[in-house]
Design a protein around this ligand. Structure first.
Ligand SMILES: Nc1ncnc2c1ncn2[C@@H]1O[C@H](COP(=O)(O)OP(=O)(O)OP(=O)(O)O)[C@@H](O)[C@H]1O
Length: 272
């Protein structure tokens, strides 16, 4: 039996795909405690697949912990996460970390970093080359991929990390503040790149962001979390056209969405 549903607003806002079947990530009865402090208690939620979902909430509410648990990086104390009914082990996922400097292998050239996951999966060299070539052609990468990561700029390194994450054609891509260590110009550029990737692949994206504008700009839905013990405060539908250009992010609708999310956020921070 599943744990009682709580904060399952996502369940009624997802729209069925053309197959007639809604693809979902289902999180049920999730518990997590760190050293006596409860982060999640009986947390349940449905998230639609094939959508871009941003996660935003008060500091320390457990945004990273949530994606770490549902991606299988961190253990949960209790609960179940299924991807269209499949376990995480049966699902192809990838993860992009904030600290690209620590995430890329410094002894491997950029191109070998991108090949690496396929190598681990045992994909034969010729097929590996073909898959990487296709990926690079698709995204018109303009980086010297024969360079070692430390010779590349921060944005270039994070682009390599994202390409490495995409090379396995993941069904779900987790991104934990992927651009927060980049300068503003590079951040804007990377948001554009990520949108292009999403529009092309429609991979389910789960992004943790500290930046509300970014969270809204990139998302179909913004998952707003409460203070601890953490629940869903609200799931906000971002009904803006793709791509989210400067015209879109300066529109009245965008400002209205931002104001609404901020209201919910401040109510949580102030404990109202
Ligand atoms: N491995 C761990 N051991 C002990 N406590 C932890 C661990 N990981 C996270 N925590 C604590 O759990 C809480 C939630 O952490 P988490 O990083 O998930 O929050 P967050 O919402 O992503 O935080 P931030 O807004 O600061 O990025 C924090 O109080 C954090 O200190």
């Amino acid at each position: 039996m599943h744990a009682p549903r709580q904060g399952v607003a996502g369940a009624d806002v997802v729209s069925p795909r053309s197959s007639g079947r809604t693809r979902l990530i289902t999180i049920r009865g999730l518990d997590k405690t760190f050293g006596g402090s409860t982060i999640y208690k009986d947390f349940s939620l449905d998230l639609p697949q094939g959508r871009f979902i941003s996660i935003f909430g008060p500091n320390g509410c457990g945004k990273s912990t949530l994606i770490n648990m549902i991606s299988g990086l961190a253990p949960m104390d209790a609960g179940e996460v299924l991807y269209d009914g499949q376990t995480i082990q049966e699902t192809r996922i990838s993860y992009v970390f904030q600290n690209y400097r620590e995430a890329l292998f410094p002894w491997l050239r950029a191109i070998d970093n991108i090949h690496y996951p396929l190598k681990v999966m045992g994909v034969p060299a010729a097929e590996r080359r073909a898959r990487v070539d296709n990926l690079l052609a698709e995204f018109e990468v303009k980086i010297d991929l024969n360079a070692y990561p430390y010779t590349l700029s921060g944005g270039q390194q994070q682009t390599v990390s994202i390409l490495r994450a995409l090379v396995t054609s993941p069904e779900v891509l987790f991104l934990d503040e992927p651009f927060s260590a980049l300068d503003y110009e590079m951040t804007l550029f990377m948001r554009e790149q990520l949108q292009k990737i999403f529009m092309k692949t429609r991979t389910t994206m789960l992004l943790v962001s500290h930046d509300l504008e970014e969270a809204i700009q990139l998302a179909d839905k913004v998952l707003l979390l409460t203070r601890r013990p953490t629940r869903v405060a609200e799931i906000v539908d971002v009904d803006l056209a793709w791509p989210r250009t400067a015209a879109v992010t300066t529109s009245e609708r965008f400002t209205g969405l931002k104001r609404h999310c901020l209201d919910v956020f401040w109510r949580q921070v102030k404990g109202e």
